[in-house]
Design a binder for this molecule. Structure first.
Ligand code: PLP
Length: 368
């Protein structure tokens, strides 16, 4: 990576050059789409997709987009930023993904798209969702910010998330499974017109120098980031494999009645099925506990750092005051109980075992 970055510096060419072009080619091939358009970050990638659909006439102000209620705020910001209306749908507690049996009743004559979020690195796609999109002529947009390398397989060859819908947004924020040395993002799609529009909109609205058919913005990937990402992409599957091995230890050995591991049954029943396992790349390893805060405190006092993804759901945020009175009980439960255990490729086996032992030794005070 140091060499790749040094080469960019020596070339003196920092934007819209060879490194970005090569990364776009590599990443499109990896994901399995005709196009990859690099941009500034994941939020821009999402926002540019919806903006492009508006320019194409596929959506207009006030149209509705179905989105999981439990997601990172950026998914929803990309919708409201385009004056589209998010329709929040509750998740399932065993997968923590959008409940696909609740989607059809949320569809109205104004619905134009489903924004599917592969939250925590778990594939949220299903044939039910595909059928609904066909039946109601909806665009399927994927938020793949947390799921690089994740695969879906059902009655056919495995496909990467990011190639399952009409367009997908990717974030290469440093902490993601495929992370850059700063901000970076991309859109993948098979749609030629959409790819061209996203590229123009991220370049001031220009498709030809100094000619501006659209009121665009500036959202591009640095050559330095592209060069670093191209190197890291080669190690993505290997690093995801390590995350999966860590998760396997957690699923098998964490045993504490106060700690729930969503997805454990599917994982344990699918250990011999490669594709069940590749449907989760463990960007985050979430556990649920009614004693979440005490558990976090206990782990911290034992030297185990954890995070909460996320403490406040979007509909309870101040920026979406119009939703603050709404009750979305499953989403709220997840946000009250979720704790993310350490899970990344740099952990040693000893560290993983230590986390397991700490979690297993936790006893909430109320039951002592
Ligand atoms: C990180 C993230 C984003 C935003 O990506 P940035 O590159 O930080 O703008 C969007 N959606 C989800 C689900 C994310 O985790």
């Amino acid at each position: 990576m140091e060499r790749a970055v040094a080469d960019v510096m020596a070339s003196g060419w920092f934007l819209k050059g060879e490194a970005t072009r090569l990364f776009e080619t590599d990443y499109a091939q990896y994901i399995g789409t005709r196009h990859c358009v690099a941009c500034g970050n994941g939020l821009d990638a999402l926002t540019l997709i919806f903006r492009a659909y508006k320019e194409m006439g596929a959506m207009k102000e006030g149209d509705e987009v179905i989105v999981p209620a439990n997601t990172y705020i950026a998914s929803i910001l990309s919708i409201t930023e385009n004056q589209l209306t998010p329709v929040l749908v509750e998740p399932r507690m065993d997968t923590l993904q959008i409940d696909d049996t609740l989607i059809e009743q949320a569809i109205t004559p104004r619905t134009r798209a489903i924004l599917l979020v592969h939250l925590y690195g778990r594939c949220a796609y299903s044939s039910t969702i595909e059928r609904l999109c066909e039946k109601h002529h909806l665009k399927l947009v994927e938020d793949n910010a947390q799921a690089h390398g994740c695969r879906y397989e059902e009655d056919g060859p495995a496909r990467h998330t990011g190639s399952l819908g009409h367009a997908a947004a990717h974030s290469f924020y440093p902490g993601k499974n495929l992370g850059a040395l700063g901000d970076a993002g991309a859109v993948t799609t098979d749609d030629d017109a959409l790819a061209e529009l996203v590229r123009a909109l991220g370049n001031y609205g220009s498709s030809r120098k100094y000619v501006f058919p659209y009121k665009g913005r500036n959202s591009r990937m640095d050559e330095l980031q592209a060069a670093a990402l191209r190197v890291k992409l080669k190690y993505l599957d290997q690093e995801n494999e390590r995350r999966r091995a860590i998760a396997d230890v957690y699923y098998r050995h964490i045993d504490n009645p106060h700690v729930i591991l969503p997805g454990r049954e599917t994982w344990l029943s699918g250990t011999s099925h490669e594709e069940v396992r590749w449907a989760n790349v463990f960007h985050i390893f979430p556990v649920l506990s009614p004693h979440r805060d005490a558990l976090q405190q206990y782990l911290k006092s034992n030297g185990v750092g954890t995070m909460i993804h996320y403490p406040i759901p979007p509909h309870q945020q101040q920026c979406y005051a119009e939703w603050n009175e709404r009750s979305l009980s499953l989403t709220e439960e997840i946000h009250q109980q979720e704790l993310s255990l350490p899970c990344n490729q740099s952990m040693t086996d000893e560290e993983v075992e230590y986390v397991v032992n700490c979690v297993n030794a936790f006893v909430p005070e109320t039951t002592v």
